[in-house]
Design a protein around this ligand. Structure first.
Ligand code: NAD
Length: 523
């Protein structure tokens, strides 16, 4: 049960002055929002902390079993009306939503920075992804193409059409608190589905603001209930959502541990799962690579979002002839990285999300040392004057060969460096981890690039394989996702929309006789 409105804002102790925070909340419609309350440990609430300062920002009221039930029932009812709206008209609603995100891009981007610590340009860049996927979805609303096929029977025709699926459950991770929802929700909307979003409890404010924008626009155009939100613990809300037979598709983004659970529950009820899970991404640097281009690309991929992207470069596989040079250049670049307040213009690396993430970072660095790795730079807590948030110094760790900790995804800025002499060995190292999300090769050699992308499948085994571009920073136009323990799902561009629809094949007899396929006679 969501209690009535109340006070909500705490002073997040610098990094964002209180007056500006009030402006931000009112620009995003969060002031006096019924979901928000004062920070504290009141039952049925969660406190959101600013990772830059460690100070509370606001309290958020959680859903319980009753409010969950009401939300899903109303989403299921809204689906029945929404699917009757012609797809191009649904596209017009999504177009208006995209425009509203354009208007709120800066404020919402700053809220992302405040809540999860992304630097300003990445926070706003995340909202830009939402605008981009909305544009993509508008075009798609006129292109939900089916096929017609020739029938083997005289006077028969066959066709395939794509139909709305139902309410879609979207579970999002803390590190993309706006765009991951939009990748799903904008496509689902033009496909005729409603969305029930369950965000991370580490980033519910961006979710409340984002869902409110979409819901406000859709409601004002006569379509309430298309976008809804449930916020709660994994026990009370998460588990209910994944087990709910009214929700035919769950799109879940997060750790492999979470995906394993979600996949099992969905398999039991024959639900559809779109899983976007952890990555352990590598970049190969061949001896002929243009290092003036490769080094900055690797630095952004390794330390952008403080190493908290699923596509972060975590392993560097460098040709032995240039390994010392590459390490020297990277260490020099790391030493110039400005760590600090994500909303300050000069900052390149903000904080990790919480103290647990810092502990995981320090523990991984220690494990690497004990497993034979040498820390070339970073690897400790970073002190930032005036801020008591969760800052670390991004680490580069050189290893003779892969070590156990380098096969795990530590969600923090640690780059393990290995060497190779033969490109096939480099590709084996790329593929030698349980995850299969993103990968890259830096080379000027056509042979090396094509071996990495080999159409036989003997190259990179990841869902994303780039040439002379880093592992992170995907555009919305391509299908996004990965193999193996990354879950196998694809979302965003290309033909990812098909997962939000059900396919129906029809045979139409326009003749006067019953004809059976395969020449079967039954008379
Ligand atoms: P997490 O697994 O802790 O949580 C992700 C989401 O799953 C949260 O909303 C959480 O509440 C929910 N959840 C957890 N258990 C659940 C359950 N039993 N039932 C229903 N929901 C449940 O992940 P995180 O720490 O928020 O995010 C970091 C992880 O996400 C990393 O592993 C990262 O690689 C991954 N990630 C993957 C992608 C991708 O597209 N492949 C994108 C972003 C993040």
């Amino acid at each position: 049960m969501i209690p009535p409105r109340g006070a909500c804002l705490a002073h997040p102790a610098s990094a964002y002055p209180h007056a500006m925070l009030s402006d931000l909340f009112s620009a995003l419609g969060l002031s006096g929002h019924p979901r928000l309350t004062a920070p504290g440990d009141a039952q049925g609430t969660v406190t959101v902390f600013n990772p830059t300062t460690g100070a509370p920002i606001a309290g958020v009221r959680l859903d319980d079993a009753d409010s969950y039930e009401r939300t899903v029932a109303s989403s299921a009812a809204a689906f029945k009306a929404w699917r009757e709206v012609p797809a191009p008209v649904r596209g017009q609603v999504v177009r208006a939503i995209g425009d509203e995100f354009r208007r709120h891009k800066d404020a919402l981007g700053d809220l992302v920075s405040l809540e999860v610590g992304k630097i300003r340009s990445e926070g706003r860049g995340e909202v830009q992804e939402t605008i981009d996927i909305a544009d993509f979805a508008v075009g798609l609303s006129r292109q939900l193409y089916g096929l017609t096929m020739p029938s083997e029977r005289a006077n028969h025709s066959m066709k395939e059409q794509w139909l709305p699926l139902g309410p879609v459950g979207v579970i999002s991770a803390f590190n993309f608190p706006n765009a991951v929802w939009a990748w799903n929700a904008m496509l689902a909307a033009v496909c005729g589905d409603t969305t029930i979003w369950k965000p991370s409890l580490l980033a519910p404010l961006t979710a409340i603001a984002s869902n409110a924008i979409a819901d406000r626009v859709a409601s004002s155009m006569g379509h309430p209930g298309v976008f809804s939100l449930v916020i709660g613990t994994d026990d009370v809300v998460g588990e209910r959502l994944i087990a709910d037979p009214r929700v035919p598709l769950i799109s879940a983004t997060g750790s492999t541990r979470m995906g394993r659970r979600v996949g099992q529950v969905l398999a039991q009820r024959f639900g559809r799962a779109l899983l976007e899970l952890g990555g352990n991404n590598a970049a190969i640097v061949h001896h002929d690579a243009d290092l003036a281009m490769a080094v900055p690309a690797i630095v952004f991929s390794a330390v952008g979002t403080a190493g908290q992207r699923c596509t972060t470069t975590r392993r560097l596989i460098v040709h032995e002839r240039i390994a010392d040079d590459v390490c020297t250049r990277l260490v020099a670049a790391y030493k110039t990285i400005r760590i600090g307040d994500p909303l300050a213009d000069a900052t390149l690396v903000g904080p990790l999300i919480n103290a647990r993430a810092v502990d995981a970072f320090l523990h991984a660095v220690e494990s690497a040392r004990s497993q034979g790795g040498t820390v070339l730079v970073g690897g400790q807590r970073a002190r930032v004057s005036g801020l008591s948030g969760h800052f670390v110094e991004p680490a580069i760790i050189r290893c003779d060969r892969p070590i156990p900790v380098s096969c795990e995804e530590t969600f923090a800025p640690i780059l393990y460096v290995f060497t190779y002499s033969d490109i096939q060995h480099a590709i084996e190292l790329n593929n030698q981890v349980p995850q299969g999300l993103s990968s890259a090769v830096f080379t000027d050699s056509l042979r090396v690039a094509e071996a990495f992308l080999s159409p036989s499948g003997s190259g990179s085994d990841c869902g994303i394989a780039n040439v002379n571009a880093g592992t992170s920073g995907a555009e919305i136009g391509g299908a996004f996702g990965g193999e193996k323990e990354t879950g196998g799902g694809r979302e965003s561009g290309s033909d990812s929309w098909k997962v939000y629809m059900r396919r129906q094949t029809s045979t139409i007899n326009w003749g006067t006789q019953v004809r059976l396929a395969q020449g079967i006679r039954f008379d």
